[in-house]
Design a protein around this ligand. Structure first.
Ligand SMILES: Cc1cc2nc3c(=O)[nH]c(=O)nc-3n(C[C@H](O)[C@H](O)[C@H](O)COP(=O)(O)OP(=O)(O)OC[C@H]3O[C@@H](n4cnc5c(N)ncnc54)[C@H](O)[C@@H]3O)c2cc1C
Length: 573
């Protein structure tokens, strides 16, 4: 046993800065604007003050920090994009390894950097993109777009690649392309003793293979600190559109259970291969008492999706989908088409698109074929979500999911705990509450034809056969304790609306109580939970299901971390 006295945080910082005089370390001292900004996490419910925020620029520095931590008293935390829903990338008094500066994105073909503006036309084995853990989607996507390449990104532009991928990585690409973790083919990782390993898909070393397997969806931080991620990108579809259908406007008077069933019909295995990915958002609603919950409620819903096909094919698909809902009121074909056209311009928005080089969507095509709302953004775009306090929980729909499940789900979305519309539960107005669920489709071409046993290294994402994720969310605003302009979207100002936000204090406990009731709500044929939609109160095993014990084994046998330095409430140990 080592009897040397452990280093204090201050002593270790002196050693670190002697070794790397160029390294930027932000500490908690008066008037340190950069420290005040960098210590924030996306979920503003949490307010941590790390002892040191170390803006690393090289793997070697991470190795030294881990070596020091082995003989010191402070805890380590690791932040890439800072979007963990439980704020697990930071902690008061910890040393935070911060990857803000390691955010490069390098696409290569057969190991050679792809030239600027060169468009890749077809899939090739040698395509790779090497990404620094601190890169966010608004930094990654433009570089990949330039070369006509993609990886299955999420919906929000400021989420970090490291946490997203290790959590699985669900997105509007998942039906056709699977989760992002399926594309991780290599990584550089620093283990608990400070040694650095290069992991590649073709490695014959089984220890390394198992580490790579665990990084693919086995959750952040547990197995080591990742300083570089290598993906195999895909070539972007020749043509694609992103769209939103406001279902309550497009199908007025249709109850939510029917709309959910309609959406499930569309996403089912074998159906609509052109629908690249989709989610259904359903807003929650105040009721006076629990007895007032009804399975017949008509809640506000919108279906979002990516569609890989021509504009006319999208129109045809929407007409075909409408028929699914029309089967009860039997409008004949001609009337149905004019009914759809009538509703569509209020309810359907085509948001962005990819078109073959040199082609544009002419106003004639748009006007003659469909009265969609139209936004001319090229490239499939990302959401500019803004930091705010929030709480979520999640589960997944099992293949047996049925009408009893839908009805229970709709009942769970009505609660006396929620503020009324006038009290601020209005899902959209600035400074107020948003309480809703999103159902994120997993079922589709990718996992339908995917056979884990034929993969050289499969992924630890355990829910490949589930139909969709069910993510309950409650968001609100509160007066900020720090003066900070939003650095995520460059649009909102966190310091504004102090008086309006103060009113929210009355209800912010209640919307979190609602999330607690949803976690335990009896919804038949659901189970599990998705680690990227982290809720600290869910037992860890539930996140990893059949892979739980194997992931513990990887941690114990291969992460070289007997002191369990890599730890948060939801790491595997
Ligand atoms: C607004 C918003 C939208 C979202 N949308 C989606 C979505 O569409 N799809 C989806 O799947 N998820 C989504 N998420 C969830 C998101 O993917 C996870 O919260 C993810 O963990 C965030 O990654 P990060 O790097 O930004 O977070 P961080 O908070 O930096 O890290 C998350 C976890 O990973 C660990 N970690 C971070 N970097 C490293 C590293 N380099 N090595 C080892 N461990 C590390 C951290 O310690 C922490 O435990 C969303 C989250 C938010 C807030």
């Amino acid at each position: 046993m080592n009897n040397e006295k452990p280093l204090s945080s201050d002593e270790a910082l002196i050693l670190l800065s002697k070794r790397y005089p160029e390294l930027t370390v932000l500490t908690d001292c008066v008037n340190s604007e950069e420290y005040e900004k960098e210590r924030l996490v996306f979920n503003r419910k949490f307010d941590f003050r790390p002892a040191a925020i170390i803006l690393v620029t090289k793997t070697e520095q991470v190795q030294t920090i881990v070596e020091l931590a082995n003989n010191a008293t402070f805890d380590l935390t690791v932040k890439s994009g800072g979007h963990d829903h439980e704020g697990e990338c930071s902690a008061t008094d910890s040393w935070q390894i911060n990857f803000r500066e390691m955010n490069s994105v390098l696409p290569t073909l057969d190991g050679i950097k792809i030239e600027k503006d060169y468009k890749i036309k077809k899939e090739q084995d040698g395509l790779r993109v090497t990404i620094g853990p601190g890169a966010r989607f608004n930094q990654i996507k433009p570089v990949l777009d330039e070369h006509n390449l993609g990886i299955p990104h999420g919906t929000c532009k400021t989420v970090g690649i490291a946490g997203y991928t290790m959590g699985g990585g669900w997105g509007p690409w998942t039906r056709k392309y699977g989760m992002a973790c399926e594309y991780l083919v290599g990584a550089t990782i620093v283990l608990g003793d400070g040694q650095c390993l290069q992991l590649t898909e073709n490695d014959t070393d089984t220890n390394k293979q198992q580490l790579l397997w665990a990084l693919r969806g086995g959750g952040g931080l547990s197995y080591g600190i990742v300083t570089e991620l290598i993906f195999k990108p895909f070539v972007l579809p020749f043509i694609a559109f992103s769209f939103t259908i406001d279902a309550h406007r497009f199908f007025p008077g249709v109850d939510t259970v029917t709309i959910i069933e309609f959406w499930e019909d569309i996403v089912k295995e074998g159906k609509n291969p052109s629908l690249i990915g989709t989610n259904l958002k359903i807003e929650a609603q105040h009721v006076q008492t629990n007895e007032d919950r009804t399975p017949d409620a008509e809640l506000k819903c919108s279906m979002n999706g990516y569609f890989g096909g021509t504009f006319l094919e999208l129109v045809e698909a929407i007409i075909a989908w409408s028929r699914l809902l029309n089967k009860n009121n039997q409008l004949e074909a001609e009337k149905l088409t004019s009914w759809i056209k009538d509703k569509a311009n209020k309810a359907i928005t085509v948001i962005s698109h990819i078109l073959p080089e040199g082609e544009t969507l002419t106003p004639e095509i748009l006007r003659d074929n469909w009265p969609f709302n139209w936004d001319t953004t090229h490239d499939l775009n990302l959401d500019p979500d803004c930091p705010a306090p929030h709480k979520l929980t999640s589960r997944l729909a099992n293949p047996e999911w049925d009408d009893t499940s839908r009805k229970a789900l709709v009942r769970s979305l009505q609660s006396p705990l929620l503020p009324t519309f006038d009290e601020g539960n209005n899902n959209g107005e600035q400074f107020k509450f948003q309480t809703f669920i999103t159902l994120g489709a997993i079922a589709g071409n990718f996992y339908e034809s995917h056979d884990d046993s034929t993969d050289r290294v499969s992924s630890a994402f355990p829910y490949k056969k589930q139909l969709f994720t069910v993510q309950y969310q409650a968001w609100w605003n509160q007066p900020t304790r720090v003066e900070n302009e939003c650095d995520e979207c460059e649009e909102c100002d966190e310091t504004g609306g102090i008086e309006e936000k103060r009113v929210n204090r009355k209800f912010s406990n209640r919307v979190q109580d609602w999330i607690e009731t949803c976690r335990d709500f009896d919804i038949p044929h659901t189970g599990g939970a998705f680690i990227s939609f982290k809720d600290a109160s869910i037992p860890t095993e539930r996140y990893f299901s059949q892979n739980y014990q194997d992931l513990i084994d990887v941690k114990v046998d291969h992460s070289e971390d007997p002191k369990i330095l890599f730890k948060s409430r939801k790491t595997i140990l």
